[in-house]
Design a protein around this ligand. Structure first.
Ligand SMILES: [Zn+2]
Length: 94
């Protein structure tokens, strides 16, 4: 079995952080918005993970479309994910 500590056949995948905010009354979690890490391949959330109320993705407020966190920054902060492919290898998709 694969172990996260073996370090030889693994590839780290960076996880962008998305912001969501409720479009209705919401709960303490989504009323003021919340952040969640998702793979770019994941579907956007449509409801709050806590109260199941409808939420909307908040566009990143950066000028010129430049991310505020680089991939290396994200990795330093531990925002990483390992994704195993069907053929048993690990692939980085950013
Ligand atoms: Zn909520």
């Amino acid at each position: 079995m694969w172990s996260p500590n073996n370090g030889c056949e693994t590839t780290i995948i960076d996880m962008p952080i998305y912001q969501y905010k409720t479009t209705e009354k919401g709960c303490s979690c989504c009323r003021d918005g919340f952040e969640i890490m998702q793979s770019m391949k994941d579907k956007p959330l449509s409801c709050c993970p806590k109260c199941k109320g409808p939420v909307k993705k908040i566009p990143a407020s950066v000028s010129g479309g430049v991310p505020t966190l680089s991939n290396s920054n994200l990795r330093d902060k531990g925002f990483t994910k390992l994704v195993k492919r069907g053929d048993g290898t690990y692939e980085k998709t950013t």
